[in-house]
Every structure is written in structure tokens, then in C-alpha cells.
Write a protein that binds this ligand. Sequence first.
Ligand SMILES: Cc1cc2nc3c(=O)[nH]c(=O)nc-3n(C[C@H](O)[C@H](O)[C@H](O)COP(=O)(O)OP(=O)(O)OC[C@H]3O[C@@H](n4cnc5c(N)ncnc54)[C@H](O)[C@@H]3O)c2cc1C
Ligand SMILES: *[C@@H]1O[C@H](CO)[C@@H](O)[C@H](O)[C@H]1NC(C)=O
Ligand SMILES: *[C@@H]1O[C@H](CO)[C@@H](O)[C@H](O)[C@H]1NC(C)=O
Ligand SMILES: *[C@@H]1O[C@H](CO)[C@@H](O)[C@H](O)[C@H]1NC(C)=O
Ligand SMILES: *[C@@H]1O[C@H](CO)[C@@H](O)[C@H](O)[C@H]1NC(C)=O
Ligand SMILES: *[C@@H]1O[C@H](CO)[C@@H](O)[C@H](O)[C@H]1NC(C)=O
Ligand SMILES: *[C@@H]1O[C@H](CO)[C@@H](O)[C@H](O)[C@H]1NC(C)=O
Length: 343
Amino acid sequence: MPEVVVLGCGIVGLYTTYCLINDAGVSPKNITVMAKYMPGDQSINYTSPWAGGNFSCITPNDKETLALDKFTYTNLATIQKKLGGPSCGLDMYPSTELWDEYPGDEKILSLKSYIKDFKVIPKSKLPEGVEFGINLTTWDFNCPYFLANFKKYFEGLGVKFIQTELTHISQAYKPDTKVVFNCTGIGAFSLSGVKDDKVYPTRGQVVVIKAPHIKQNKMRWGSDYATYIIPRPFSNDELVLGGFLQKDNWTADTFETQTADIIKRTTELLPEILDRPLEIIRVAAGLRPSRHGGPRIEVEHIEDKLLVHNYGASGYGYQAGFGMSHKAVALYTKAKRQQSGKL
Ligand SMILES: Cc1cc2nc3c(=O)[nH]c(=O)nc-3n(C[C@H](O)[C@H](O)[C@H](O)COP(=O)(O)OP(=O)(O)OC[C@H]3O[C@@H](n4cnc5c(N)ncnc54)[C@H](O)[C@@H]3O)c2cc1C
Ligand SMILES: *[C@@H]1O[C@H](CO)[C@@H](O)[C@H](O)[C@H]1NC(C)=O
Ligand SMILES: *[C@@H]1O[C@H](CO)[C@@H](O)[C@H](O)[C@H]1NC(C)=O
Ligand SMILES: *[C@@H]1O[C@H](CO)[C@@H](O)[C@H](O)[C@H]1NC(C)=O
Ligand SMILES: *[C@@H]1O[C@H](CO)[C@@H](O)[C@H](O)[C@H]1NC(C)=O
Ligand SMILES: *[C@@H]1O[C@H](CO)[C@@H](O)[C@H](O)[C@H]1NC(C)=O
Ligand SMILES: *[C@@H]1O[C@H](CO)[C@@H](O)[C@H](O)[C@H]1NC(C)=O
């Protein structure tokens, strides 16, 4: 019987499982991951497979988020190694990020303190309309493939995976369950028990093309748009082009007009894309699990059991989620210690 239940099998649930084993020393055999959708599934209510999967500088500038990013960036190599190296679908690539407005000292000083090959691009070399730009080496995920490999790795260690939909949070608790980690992403909006109406979707659309000739990231951030180009490691030369950030839009449909706009913006940003005839593999939409006030990383006591919330990763579950999970598991360890102190 499980001592620990992780509800949700997106990137946040999987990072949480990793931290339970590696930070808190929980035996993998005592962990059960429950989720309606598992790696390999596709649904508008399962965000993780749809991400571009880059580590980029788009996240908010507050200290908390900057620290989560830094933790993830500097610790991902340990996951990559445990999963057998870059072929797990996680690797580093060169990247360029351009801003129409200076992102602020706080962000830039933080990035500079840990990002590999961080270099400010001289103003004279920036395209028109761009105020600030950097070159860097960043992490890229092949999201669907990485999720599947992460799960396989945990199965090898003895973690159990149960595919099931819960209609109420209480269903996650079995007699021997001591704690449930709530990693339900956008699902946190609708699951009864503790519906969180601060959760809302930020819809994105991406165009995936075949582009063996592009091996770099390039992004441009404006005040009302985000354009990005992200290669997928070990993917048969897939390149992800984006994007859109549409608040409160729940639709799973994709739109021709958005596809055309994405292709226009990305080929302007990196004209080399068109050195080869454009070959679209797929167009997809996803819902970033956003939350007013930022992600919720918090412990609740429910009688003698614990409930640890870890959701609301918005557009940065891959790049901040490891830091979020590390924090959530540390909160759990502390709460458990306090509990046993009382007994
Ligand atoms: C177009 C797009 C591009 C993106 N690009 C990036 C990027 O480049 N870098 C980055 O860091 N992030 C990116 N993101 C954001 C990233 O995808 C999300 O932050 C991340 O996937 C959230 O993961 P999660 O585990 O919280 O949620 P999810 O992946 O949605 O997982 C939720 C899990 O909870 C389960 N669940 C929910 N409710 C229930 C229930 N009632 N019963 C059972 N199971 C339940 C689901 O089945 C699922 O397994 C992007 C997102 C989009 C849409
Ligand atoms: C699993 O959890 C139970 C309950 O806390 C504990 O008694 C047992 O020792 C744990 N098993 C392992 C292998 O850690
Ligand atoms: C996704 O979740 C929403 C909110 O719970 C629900 O209304 C919708 O039917 C779900 N869509 C699918 C395809 O499951
Ligand atoms: C690149 O990363 C940012 C933040 O991590 C994310 O919001 C954006 O959607 C990503 N791009 C793609 C193509 O996923
Ligand atoms: C840095 O970015 C600029 C602008 O995109 C690009 O021209 C240059 O090749 C990049 N330099 C490196 C070392 O990647
Ligand atoms: C996770 O949190 C959300 C929001 O509070 C809530 O709707 C959901 O019931 C919680 N799930 C679990 C298993 O605690
Ligand atoms: C969602 O976005 C699409 C594409 O921009 C738009 O056509 C649609 O009206 C939006 N839906 C809502 C409810 O805003």
C-alpha cells in the first residue's frame, strides 16, 4: 500500500516523484502515481506533452520564480545522467533571446550568475526594435519522449502508476496513505474537494516542423507577443515554432490564422528556417496551468494526513517545476517531522 500518492503525471508530478526519492529518501515502492492521463496520452487537459520545452527567460522577475528557475537549470544534469544521458530527450543547445524592452537588472543579474555561456549581445548587432539580447546555452526537452522515459525510469525503480480519474480529492487516500501530492495542473480548476478558482488557462498554439538544419533556439519577447523557435532533442529533427499566450481561452481547436502568424514571425526571426521547404508535422494547442498569485506550493493538514499542493506552473513547468517540486517535498519533510514530534 502506498505511503505517498502523487496525483498527476505531468512534468510536475514526475519531478515531485523524483524529489520524493532523492531528497526525502522515500522508497520508490512506497510511491504510487495516479492520473487520468499518462505519458503517451493526448488531451487538452494534459498540458505537458504540448510544451515547446525550453528553458527560457520568459518567467516573471520575482525572487521566488528566479530561484525556482535557477534550481532547475543547475540540477537538471543529475536527472539527465540518471536517465542515461541526452538520448532521454533532454539536452543543451545554444540559444538567443531578444527583448523589445529591457527585462530588468534583477532578472539579468540572476541569469548571469548561473547560465552557461551567458553573453550580452552588443547593441549594434541587435535587430531593429530590439532593446536587449543575450546568447546562452540552454536546456531543451523533447517533451512527450522525455515524459515517457522519466516514467519508465521510475517503473524500473518500483514506483506504481495507476491510470484513474478522481472526482474528489478524498479518493486519492487509501488506508495506508500518509500524504497526497496535488500535481493536477489545469485539473486543479475543476476537481471537487478544494476547487481553486485562481487557476486559469493560458492557451498556446505551436507548429511543429521538420528542420534538420536548425540546431539553435531563438526567441523574441514583446509586450504583447512571444515568438520562439525550439529544437527537440532526439526527435527526428523536429523544430517547435510558437507562439501564443491567450489568457482564459479553453479551446483545444487550432487556428489557421494563428499557424500563419507563427510561421510569419518565426521565419522573420530566423530566416534560415526557409533554407529547406517548410514541412509541417503537426499543429497543436495546449493550456498552460496559470494561477493568479503564482504557483501553489503549500501543505495542508487533513486530520492525520497531509496534502501537499504543487500546481499552477503556468508556462514554465519544465523550467521551474524541478525547483517547485524540491520545495514541495521539503515542506512535506518538515511537516512530517513536526507530526511525529507531536505523537
Ligand atoms: C504551447 C505551450 C508551450 C509551453 N512551453 C513550455 C516551455 O518551453 N518550457 C516550460 O517550462 N513550460 C512550457 N509550457 C508549460 C508547461 O507545459 C506546463 O507548465 C506543464 O506542462 C504543467 O505541468 P503539470 O504537471 O502541472 O500539468 P499537466 O501536464 O497538465 O499534468 C496534470 C496531471 O494531472 C492529472 N489530473 C488532473 N486532474 C485529475 C483528476 N481529477 N484525476 C486524475 N488525474 C488528474 C492529469 O491527468 C495529468 O496527468 C508550455 C505550455 C504550452 C501549452
Ligand atoms: C513504506 O512505508 C511504510 C509506512 O510508512 C513503512 O513502514 C515501510 O517501511 C516503507 N517501506 C519501505 C521499503 O521503505
Ligand atoms: C477538459 O476539462 C474541462 C474542465 O474540467 C472540461 O469541461 C472538458 O470537457 C475537458 N475536456 C476534455 C477533452 O476532456
Ligand atoms: C519557451 O519557454 C517559455 C517559458 O519556459 C514558454 O512559456 C514558451 O511557451 C516556450 N516555448 C515553447 C515553444 O514551448
Ligand atoms: C548570438 O546571437 C546573435 C543574434 O541572434 C547571433 O547572430 C550570433 O550568432 C549568436 N552568437 C553565438 C555565439 O551563438
Ligand atoms: C488539488 O488542488 C485543487 C485546488 O485546490 C483542488 O481542486 C483539488 O481537489 C486538489 N486535489 C487533491 C488531490 O488534493
Ligand atoms: C479563443 O481563441 C480563438 C483564436 O484566437 C478565438 O477565435 C476564440 O474566439 C477564443 N475563444 C474565447 C472564448 O475567447
